[in-house]
Design a protein around this ligand. Structure first.
Ligand SMILES: Cc1cc2nc3c(=O)[nH]c(=O)nc-3n(C[C@H](O)[C@H](O)[C@H](O)COP(=O)(O)OP(=O)(O)OC[C@H]3O[C@@H](n4cnc5c(N)ncnc54)[C@H](O)[C@@H]3O)c2cc1C
Length: 419
């Protein structure tokens, strides 16, 4: 086999440190690489594209540490007919001749019960709290230019019934130790975020979490990649992982078109591509792509009229986050496989949602139309560590669904402890 084009490591590693190869340079892989490097391990990170070009690139930008309600919620059964049939539904299922899609959808429906939803909420809240600490430590270390803000979040509810359900979720989250949150009436909502003044007549109320944050996930990814390289990690972009080589029950190398790359340990963080790479090893990774979209507006002269507080329109399932002079508008969940087209109708839906919540922003320039695949497990809980049937030397850090940015640094900490 010809020698691979990447340089070999030089120098000696401390005896307890390992050479870890991380597959996938999205926020999950980059946070893992960063945390490993801080612990003295040598890191190689590979991605078929540049850092942050998967789901992390144009996501909703919300660091939602305290409002972690899983998508698999018992309330979904009531909404299901509308969600599946309405033309403007934020959820779409396009049935395919793919047993994996059906299995995932059935497991998702099975997870839509009160007990699973409660357990998931508890687990996600604990992980989110660790993640907040990890993200803050990273910010103190790297001082990334990522349009970070900590101005809180308002989740808007259109009806009294929806607000009452939110109040129950809030009580559960508070009992589980989330940061302070409270229900606010429409007038208070508009006092907290004056940009919501025009829509206050159409909402029943909101959940306000003063401590929530926002940031540009792509800029975080790029800052992490730069720091990793400067501190001696190997970053192999445009390098697709084609398969894993197993010898004696242990993963010893990853195959790429440029050659095989050996390491002591491998972390699979390929987002919605994770299941595909693990399948030939006989390992089932219950991750399916949940396609979403985002629209980025440049507020320019309208900057003062735009929101500073993050906002979620729960009825439309659309999130708004301020990142610098831009407004990120994101939403929709489609179970349609790996199709990555951007139908104009989906951008029109995001435009209409913006118009409904922030009519004063009509005419803001559209900077970017984007689609990405949330790597979703049926319950909404990420897969961290060994999976049943997986060979030695292979750990997973994937399946963060709609909260991958929020949960990235806590997941990385937990994974590194396993290594
Ligand atoms: C519309 C939308 C809005 C969202 N909003 C939020 C939000 O507000 N807050 C939040 O916390 N989360 C949000 N999320 C979720 C979050 O973006 C994801 O959970 C997170 O980005 C997943 O990160 P990841 O690193 O696991 O996957 P990715 O970012 O997809 O990274 C996986 C990487 O693996 C690479 N890859 C795949 N296959 C291969 C291969 N064979 N070889 C080499 N490389 C490969 C890809 O190129 C990619 O770079 C949102 C997601 C979407 C789609």
């Amino acid at each position: 086999m010809p020698a691979p084009p990447w340089p070999a490591y030089s120098g000696r590693m401390p005896s307890l440190s390992k050479h870890v190869c991380i597959l996938g340079a999205g926020i999950a892989g980059l946070a893992t690489a960063y945390t490993l490097q801080r612990q003295g391990h040598q890191v190689t990170l590979l991605d078929r594209a540049a850092p942050g070009q998967g789901a992390s690139g144009g996501n909703g930008a919300q660091l939602s540490y305290s409002y972690v309600q899983p998508l698999a919620d018992p309330g979904l059964w009531r909404q299901l007919p509308h969600l599946l049939l309405a033309a403007d539904s934020p959820l779409k299922l396009r049935p395919r001749l793919d047993p994996r899609q059906w299995r995932w959808a059935l497991e998702f429906l099975a997870a839509c019960n009160a007990r699973t939803s409660r357990d998931t909420t508890a687990q996600l809240l604990a992980l989110a709290a660790e993640s907040r600490a990890g993200f803050e430590a990273m910010r103190a270390d790297l001082r990334p230019d990522c349009d970070f803000s900590a101005r809180g979040k308002l989740v808007l509810y259109a009806s009294a019934a929806a607000l009452a359900a939110a109040e129950r979720q809030l009580a559960l989250q508070q009992a589980l130790g989330s940061a302070p949150q409270r229900i606010v009436k429409p007038d208070e909502c508009a006092r907290i975020e004056p940009a919501l003044d025009a829509c206050r007549a159409r909402i029943a109320g909101a959940v306000y979490t003063p401590s929530e944050c926002a940031a540009d996930c792509l800029k975080v990814c790029e800052a992490l990649a730069r720091a990793l390289e400067q501190r001696g990690a190997r970053l192999l972009c445009n390098t697709e992982a084609l398969g894993l080589e197993v010898r004696g029950g242990r993963v010893v190398a990853v195959r790429t078109a440029q050659g095989a790359l050996a390491a002591d340990c491998f972390v699979l963080a390929l987002g919605s591509g994770s299941a595909r790479l693990a399948r030939p090893l006989g390992v089932r990774v219950p991750v399916y792509p949940l396609k979403g979209y985002s629209l980025t507006l440049e507020l320019g002269a309208q900057a003062a009229a735009g929101p500073q507080v993050s906002v979620t329109d729960s009825a439309r399932k659309v999130v708004f986050a301020r990142i610098g002079s831009r407004l990120r508008v994101a939403g929709m969940a489609e179970i349609v496989g790996h199709e990555n087209d951007i139908p104009p109708a989906r951008m029109a839906t995001l435009r209409q949602a913006t118009q409904a919540v922030f009519p004063q922003l009509a005419g803001a320039a559209e900077l970017q139309h984007w689609t990405g695949m949330r790597p979703a497990t049926p319950t909404g809980r990420p897969l961290l560590g060994r999976l049943p049937g997986a060979p030695e030397g292979l750990l997973f850090n994937t399946g963060h669904g709609a909260l991958g940015f929020t949960l990235a640094f806590g997941s990385a900490e937990r994974l590194v402890r396993m290594i």
